[in-house]
Design a protein around this ligand. Sequence first.
Ligand code: NAD
Length: 484
Amino acid sequence: MVSRVIPVDTFDLVIFGGTGDLAHRKILPGLYRRFVAGQMPEDARIIGAARSDLDDEQYRTDVRAALMEFVDRRLHSEEHFAAFLSRLHYVAIDARGDHGWKSLHELMRDGVVRAFYFSVAPALFGDLAERLHRHEIADEASRIVVEKPFGRDLASARALNATLAQHFDETQIYRIDHYLGKETVQNLMAVRFGNVLFEPLWNSQYVEHIQITVAETVGVAGRGSYYDKSGAMRDMVQNHLMQLLCLIAMEPPSRFDPDAVRDEKLKVIRALEPVDPADIVRGQYRRQGDIAAYTDDVEDLDSRTESFIAMKLHVSNWRWAGTPFYIRTGKRLRARQSEIAVVFKDAPHSIFGASAGRHRNILTIRLQPNEGMTLGVTIKEPGPGGMRLIDVPLDMTFADALGPDNDEVPEAYERLIMDVVRGNQTLFMRGDEVEAAWAWTDPIIEGWQSRDDRPLSYEPCTSGPEESAMLLHRENRRWREIRE
Ligand code: NAD
């Protein structure tokens, strides 16, 4: 299957923090892949802007090394590398001072899309926005892209929104949540709103419960000082899991346009009920053999930060009254596995009798590994011997459906960056969404602090604390397995 690649308008993309980890691992490899796919216009340019004192050639050498390391080997080509790197420029800049801003101003071209990626610490976002404005580098058509974390509570998110709003209109601000750039996540909307099959069943009358799991095998070593101030709730739930929940739970928007979609997501966040502490399980991985404990990976030996969280949530509206949403995410778990499972109710009456057993349709949406969807359907076991029922998966693994050339499917970052150039904000979080998510998160975290809540310890390479399983067992439900 050959995907259609529609070139975008030509652009000058400035990456503040262009020498940093995120630029090396995700942004620049993503842009290279779009270049190889033929989506980048001939004269599009990428301008790295960071603290290091480099010239264009040195920056190209730096980026070349990153491409060698982080781009799939099948896409390595001296010809492509040379052509891509020739579009790169570099400006040494100080976000907090005056150095470099005049050079950047002189480098920018008129008549092309101007986009500015803030791939730096959030503390610098305000400085960058102010200087882009003061040095007349950004105009009313320019776009800025901001990375997570977007605040650490409602107050800081509001302050950040207010700072950016001094210099940029909401239509110019692209708050990135790379989960929204994943192919499967967008497919979730296509499946829900492009088919007549699912939407009539997508409510509490037919959906028994929903599970969202984002499991990681890595610990926090290397980024312990950041993570320990954040924890799973701030680092994963407030943004990524919340966005997934919104796409599952939202009402059909009237159009697939940025504000129609984001209005519906916002309504979901506002409909989230406060969570009963008995419906939350927090965990922290302990030492096991050679595997360090969470507290070995951070400075605070007595840290109360959670590296795992499981919760039962309710969306209080007509569609979802009575259908719980179970979400969980954690580090050092058994496998790297992200999926959403929509578990439908039993058929109202079994004509096959008790011996046929219990069969439920489950729609599983896999974000990783092997992005795709599976719908479990119940059929008759083939062959003689009466009416025995079995569940078989209707499987749509994208890699199989798209054939061996599915390199053409863009990864999350590259798709989102191209959306910035196109001026499409549908897959970016709006300021009010982020604030609503913090408004729901804050009281939960404050509750832990006021009760001096300690996370439960769990063994690495498991599914988290036993109590997480109990959260479902007590209601005759069970988590889907986290499998290696
Ligand atoms: P990093 O520390 O590797 O890089 C920081 C970059 O900022 C460098 O290029 C540095 O030169 C530049 N910089 C620092 N101070 C500056 C100043 N005063 N003026 C100009 N440039 C300055 O950081 P990173 O890991 O690339 O993260 C960048 C942002 O992306 C952060 O907000 C981070 O939270 C976010 N983020 C990172 C990841 C990741 O995987 N690395 C994932 C999600 C979000």
